[in-house]
Ligand binder design. Structure first.
Ligand SMILES: C[S@@+](CC[C@H](N)C(=O)[O-])C[C@H]1O[C@@H](n2cnc3c(N)ncnc32)[C@H](O)[C@@H]1O
Length: 370
């Protein structure tokens, strides 16, 4: 089964791939692009807490190969989608083949009946079943596209998202979502899944930057680094704030699409943000130590970091400096205020439970000691 790609206006810059799917606490593309301003094509870039792969995309734009690590499967799937270059038509062809495949079992319950129309839910289940275990570039691209259109706001023009009204950055929990839809008598949209996929595929991959070598590893950063052989010239990263460990439950619907359970997953394994105080500092120090071991002398480490509002978790600059002192191997060159994150809910400080007064973030630069 094939579908014609709809006629879309010419795409302006090639950053659309970076926005393929939002992620809880993503940082803006400007941060890694600015950090890598002196980078040279071919120099290797690392992000040990890569989230949606913003650093990896910035590196790709600059023709620098990169490696990302994250302990959350959803982050890894989005970041992987930033490294591949499938043709939009190939993504649509694969989606069509999977949609023509055998019927797939659907999750049961009120949430699913309110979230998706019956035809859309069956389509999603077929795509989900067909993509599990596939790692080729076209499947990685289709997975990224699906993660990006799985849920989001409804608009009056052509439907962009497959779900009933939901935020795009995170998934509402099932009971709250059903309450919301029922109170407003909002029914899920009836739409052509293949057409939505085609539109997103064309938009995200129509003008992606030229591909560069790279990889994304699923795992705890210090452990994953210990198993690597490569040497890096640049590290650009943003560790979770202490106390910030809701990445899996906030991305539970996307986690389901990747093969996870049809309900929020509260497992905090591998989440540094689940630790507080000295334990957090020690955990972060382990990652800096493992990172230093994989970096060339003179390699630059750029970190953006913040804290929970109301002072919980401690001063971000002090935490960062303590963790680097404990790790050894890094010479801190500068620590400056990065300002208060925008309150649009996309960055860490905008999303914290009870977040009222945002704590300014800090930007740190350190060099790998020679
Ligand atoms: C602040 S987010 C990174 C956001 C990223 N800069 C972006 O633009 O999307 C921190 C990430 O660290 C991951 N993480 C937390 N603890 C980890 C650990 N011990 N090892 C690897 N990743 C971890 C979380 O899953 C989360 O995706």
């Amino acid at each position: 089964m094939t579908a014609a790609l709809p006629n879309l206006p010419a795409l302006t810059p090639d950053d659309a791939l970076n926005a393929i799917c939002p992620y809880w606490t993503m940082f803006p593309l400007d941060f890694p692009l600015g950090a890598l301003a002196d980078g040279r094509p071919g120099e290797w870039v690392l992000d040990p807490f890569c989230g949606r792969g913003t650093t990896l995309f910035a590196a790709r734009k600059l023709q620098m190969p990169s490696v990302g690590i994250d302990s959350n499967l959803v982050a890894v799937a989005i970041a992987q989608a930033k490294l591949v270059s499938p043709r939009p038509a190939s993504i649509v062809r694969l989606a069509g083949e999977l949609l023509d495949g055998p019927a797939a079992r659907e999750p049961q319950g009120e949430f699913w009946r309110w979230a998706y129309s019956p035809a859309v839910l069956q389509a999603l289940c077929r795509l989900r079943a067909g993509l599990i275990g596939r790692e080729d570039a076209v499947a990685v691209g289709l997975r990224g596209v699906l993660l990006g259109c799985l849920h989001g706001q409804r608009n009056k023009r052509a439907a962009s998202y497959l779900s009933n009204q939901m935020p795009r950055t995170y998934a509402t929990k099932p009971a709250g979502a059903v309450r919301f839809w029922r109170a407003r008598a909002m029914s899920p949209p009836e739409l052509d899944v293949l057409e939505v996929i085609a539109r997103h595929a064309r938009r995200r991959y129509g003008r992606a930057p030229a591909p560069v070598p790279g990889a994304v590893r699923l795992g705890e950063a210090a452990q994953a680094l210990a198993g690597m052989r490569r040497r890096f010239d640049w590290v650009i990263t943003s560790p979770p704030y202490p106390g910030m460990a809701t990445y899996r439950p906030d991305g539970w619907l996307r986690g389901w699409l990747l093969g996870g359970p049809p309900a929020p997953d509260y497992d905090r394994a591998g989440q540094l943000g689940a630790l507080r105080g000295e334990l957090f500092i020690a955990g972060l120090a382990r990652v800096w130590r493992a990172t230093a071991a994989r970096c060339r002398p003179g390699a630059r480490l750029f970190v953006r970091f913040g804290a929970l509002p109301s002072g919980r978790g401690g001063d971000p600059g002090e935490l960062l400096l303590s963790s680097l002192r404990l790790a050894g191997g890094w010479e801190v060159r500068s620590l400056r205020c990065a300002g208060v994150p925008p309150g649009n809910g996309a960055r860490q400080a905008g999303q914290l439970p009870g977040a009222g007064e945002h704590v300014p973030e800090v930007d740190l630069l350190a060099l790998r000691a020679g």
